[in-house]
Write a protein that binds this ligand. Structure first.
Ligand code: AMP
Length: 287
């Protein structure tokens, strides 16, 4: 595994791959867990060359302080990447990615950028769009891998790739969960024991909503109220939002039909958790 810190070196290496087979790329912020590793193993299996970036992107956090508090476990992450057998770990520095002269941003607009995660954190969409555009530009992969866990990030990346004509195939993989259903996240380790016991309730509320929808209740307001009732009574769960929306635009829907996303975000122990399930166009659920 080659470790690359320098942007020019990454660009040069990527240029050398142009005829060398397909390149799979997994952008991450590190502190790797099995959710990341599933994306990384899939990229490694599907492509001749695999690249994983670890970069805590300050642009997408609500404040610099929150970005600085993000867990760094770089030595452990590199060991994990080594065991998977990827070709390149790309670890650009903040200064390399955003020099003091940096002045160009990719700014998505509209509800997908402004609602839910974007309402909470006005830096979110621009931060994600800018860093993903820059990383794709440097690594130039054939396929880029993202987790459905971050559904709004997926929608933003799809929009950017479509709008800017970026030549990459997006591979979106299902959310990887703990045995009790909690979506794996770097933040789960910050939960207290009681908080960790409460956290699977988010997924349970989504599954109860799915059961009601499968049983024929398609009014979004009714389903949302059921989820709200399930979550607001718990003393440790501070609900931030429940949304039932179109998965591309993130506009709310009134009637639930195939092609609808159910999303929930809450704070537990002041740790922000989010989860979602998707009723896909083909009628199958992505859980
Ligand atoms: P992050 O390091 O949190 O930016 O995540 C890097 C990538 O891993 C993103 O595309 C995430 O959506 C994805 N990811 C994070 N957690 C999970 C999970 N539990 N299951 C699947 N993908 C995940």
């Amino acid at each position: 595994m080659r470790i690359i810190y320098d942007l020019d070196e990454m660009t040069k290496v990527a240029r050398g791959w142009l005829m060398g087979g397909s390149v799979g790329f997994v952008p991450t912020m590190g502190n790797l867990h099995n959710g990341h590793l599933t994306l990384i193993r899939t990229a490694h299996n599907e492509c001749e060359i695999s690249v994983v970036s670890i970069f805590v992107n300050p642009l997408q956090f609500p404040s610099l302080d929150e970005a600085q508090r993000y867990p760094h476990t770089i030595q452990r992450d590199l060991q994990l990447l080594q065991t998977v057998g990827i070709d390149v770990a790309f670890l650009p520095s903040q200064q390399a990615m955003y020099a003091t002269s940096f002045a160009t941003f990719v700014t998505p607009i509209g509800p997908v950028a402004e609602r839910l995660e974007g309402a909470d954190n006005t830096n979110f969409a621009r931060g994600v769009a800018t860093v993903v555009t820059k990383l794709l530009q440097i690594v130039r992969p054939d396929k880029a891998y993202f987790g459905q866990k971050d559904a709004q990030q997926v929608a933003i990346v799809r929009q950017v790739v479509r709008d800017l004509g970026i030549d990459v195939t997006l591979r979106i993989l299902q959310t990887v969960r703990e045995d009790d259903g909690l979506a794996m996240s770097s933040r789960n380790s910050l939960l207290s024991l009681p908080g960790r016991s409460a956290a699977p309730l988010l997924y349970q509320a989504l599954l109860s909503a799915k059961s009601a929808i499968d049983a024929g209740e398609h009014r979004a307001a009714v389903i949302k109220q059921g989820m709200r009732d399930a979550l607001t009574n718990h003393p440790l769960i501070m609900l931030e939002y429940i949304a039932i929306c179109q998965p591309t635009t993130f506009l709310e829907v009134e009637q639930i039909r195939p092609g609808t996303l159910l999303v929930v975000a809450a704070r537990i122990d002041n740790v922000r958790l989010s989860d979602n399930i998707l009723w896909q166009d083909n009628g199958a659920w992505l859980l």
